[in-house]
Every structure is written in structure tokens, then in C-alpha cells.
Design a protein around this ligand. Structure first.
Ligand SMILES: [Zn+2]
Length: 348
């Protein structure tokens, strides 16, 4: 079984973006406050001969191995993608010496619950297992903007036993439970997550995605275009195709798939660009994991593939969304930004 769990909700995505603009935190990649301009980062990298930037190298440097792939059984894909974005961002910044910290496993369960029950205030309704016929449930799932907001406004939880709840390992039932309307996430859990937040920014285009990834900011991409459950890796590549419903997976790097004559030609550059994708369907896709790119051959971790930027452009045009995040220790959203204040959504 290959569950998904992202749905298209452009009005809500726009709403979240406008909240960020109102909070003077930009909203898009090129305007994100507090982050040096990312415009042109990918182009500049290619001109210097840097053809492959894979954030997960940081995790391998810290752990001595790749993290194992995720395996979702409910519609938690977008929260798992957001957790991997944050996990990867944290590792990347430790390796880059941008933060002093320890590599810690983070929780997707918390993000899923916060996004549905707090950020979205239970509006998505109850969710029961996929085969449920009760007629009252609206299904699992989340949108990326709500998850990004959860990590910005409420916090990021490290794995462990917190308030008697065992989150030392994946606990999808807890995620689904916390994501139900009227669920109560214990205050001790919220307190544990509060010190770690993410700066978040939306990518409006694949060039913004490439520049954010070249700047070390992983992304969470949700769309109706995604790698088919039946896909086979061909030289490390899987194409994104419409497969029914919607799915979110993390983007953790950018690569030049073949040499370009003129990196200043945006169309030529993007036609040769691919993004690293990490899925949540276990050791999938199978096939040839040796990515052929402009600099040679690179072996992908299990559960990963590279998809062309041009496929992502179609996904974005078809109602998709991509949000990039950077974990920041001790950072708080700007004073009184009020992106999450109970009651505000009705007023806005
Ligand atoms: Zn039901």
C-alpha cells in the first residue's frame, strides 16, 4: 500500500503567505527577512563548477550512515516531509557550523497534530483509517503551508518520552490522534517543542526552489504530480506524473544533470536541473540508484530519487506548493506577528 495525504488548497496557501508578509517576514524565498538574498545562488554555484548540493550529506557526516527511509501507513506524508526538511536543515547547519548543537531525531507526529488541530483549528474534520465507511470522516492529510507554520509558530519536537508519551520511535497512531479535531496536545509537549522554530518561505517557481536548495534550505513539496508507486529508478531519476490525489515529499538538494552551454540562460539551466526527493514509502523506488549528473555518478540513499525541475514546474502550476525551512535555535517570529493566534483566522 502506498498512502498519500496532501491536498491542494491554494486559498489557504495564499492566506499563510499573506500572514507572513503582514509579519514582515517576506513570504517568498527572494524576500525572506533575515536570510541573505538567495537570488542567483544556483546559477552562481554552477558557474563555479558546483554541480551537486545534497543536504543529506550532513546527516551522513554526523551519523556515519544515511538515516533509514520513512514508511507511512496513514496520510502523514506532508508532516513526514516537513520533519525531514527540519531534520536535514538542522544537520546541515551543524556541519556548516551555523549552530552549535547535537544531531537529534525529530518528531513528525507533533507537526501533524499541531498543523491539523491547532494551526488549522480542527477545520479538516475527523480522520479514520482509509477503509472507514462511517460517512463522517474527511480523511487524513495536511497541506504544506500549515505544517511549515506549525514549525514556525508552535515549535519543533525532538524524539523521546515526553509527558509519558513514547515518541522515541515512529508512532503514527499518536500523530493521527493529535490531528483529530478537539485533540489536546499536552502543555509539557508544547513546552518541550517551543525553543526550536523554523524560518519558513514559499518558493513561487522552480528557480526559487533551486536557489533555496543551493542556499542550504530544504523544501517540502506537495502536488498532484509525484513519483508513481510503480516507478523504477533510471540512472537515479524518476519523473513526476499525475497519479491521483496529492502527495508531499521533501526536497533536500539540487543537481545539474547534464552540462549547460550558458548558465545565464535560465531556460537552459532549469531544463538541466534536478531536485533530490526523499519519499515515505520505505525502500522505494527500486532500480538503478546511481545518479548520472554533470559531474559524474552519485549513489542515492535508499528511499530517494531525483526528479527534473521541469516536472516540478508543472506540479506548481497545477496547484502545488513548496515551502523551504531553516531551523533556528532560540529564534522567535517577529514581535506580535500573530500568525497563529486563536480566533484570528475568522477575523482575517
Ligand atoms: Zn470514518
Amino acid at each position: 500500500m502506498f498512502p498519500t495525504g496532501w491536498f491542494s488548497d491554494p486559498n489557504r496557501v495564499l492566506f499563510v503567505r499573506q500572514l507572513l508578509v503582514a509579519a514582515r517576514e517576506g513570504g517568498s524565498v527572494y524576500t525572506a527577512a533575515g536570510v541573505p538574498s538567495m537570488l542567483g545562488r544556483w546559477k552562481a554555484a554552477v558557474k563555479k563548477g558546483v554541480y551537486l548540493i545534497h543536504h543529506r550529506q550532513a546527516e551522513r557526516m554526523l551519523l556515519g550512515r544515511w538515516r533509514g527511509p520513512d514508511f507511512q501507513r496513514r496520510g502523514t506524508c506532508a508532516s513526514r516531509a516537513q520533519f525531514r526538511v527540519l531534520q536535514t536543515s538542522w544537520a546541515w547547519q551543524i556541519v556548516m557550523r551555523a549552530v552549535i548543537g547535537q544531531y537529534t531525531e525529530l518528531s513528525y507526529e507533533f507537526l501533524y497534530g499541531v498543523a491539523r488541530a491547532m494551526v488549522r483549528r480542527g477545520q479538516l474534520g475527523p480522520a479514520h483509517p482509509g477503509s472507514c465507511q462511517c460517512g463522517r470522516c474527511s480523511g487524513d492529510g495536511a497541506i504544506v503551508a500549515d505544517l511549515a507554520l506549525a514549525s514556525r509558530d508552535i515549535g519543533i519536537l525532538a524524539r523521546g518520552i515526553i509527558a509519558g508519551i513514547d515518541l522515541s520511535q515512529s508512532n503514527e497512531a499518536q500523530a493521527v490522534d493529535w490531528g483529530q479535531p478537539n485533540s489536546r496536545i499536552p502543555q509539557a509537549v508544547l513546552d518541550a517543542a517551543a525553543p526550536y522554530r523554523a524560518r519558513i518561505m514559499q518558493a513561487d517557481s522552480v528557480m526559487e526552489m533551486a536557489d533555496a536548495l543551493a542556499s542550504g534550505h530544504p523544501g517540502n513539496f506537495g502536488a498532484t504530480y509525484y513519483g508513481s508507486p510503480n516507478a523504477q529508478l533510471q540512472g537515479g531519476i524518476v519523473r513526476l506524473t499525475p497519479n491521483g490525489g496529492g502527495h508531499a515529499e521533501s526536497r533536500t538538494g539540487v543537481v545539474l544533470l547534464r552540462p549547460v552551454k550558458d548558465p545565464d540562460d535560465d531556460a537552459e539551466l532549469l531544463a538541466a536541473t534536478g531536485f533530490f526527493v526523499d519519499g515515505s514509502w520505505g525502500d522505494w523506488p527500486k532500480g538503478d540508484r546511481n545518479l548520472r549528473y554533470a559531474g559524474g555518478v552519485y549513489e542515492l540513499p535508499p528511499g530517494s530519487y531525483v526528479a527534473p525541475a521541469s516536472d516540478h514546474a508543472i506540479g506548481l502550476r497545477q496547484g502545488g506548493e513548496c515551502w523551504h525551512s531553516q531551523v533556528v535555535q532560540g529564534w522567535r517570529p517577529s514581535a506580535n506577528s500573530g500568525v497563529y493566534v486563536p480566533g484570528q483566522e475568522q477575523a482575517a
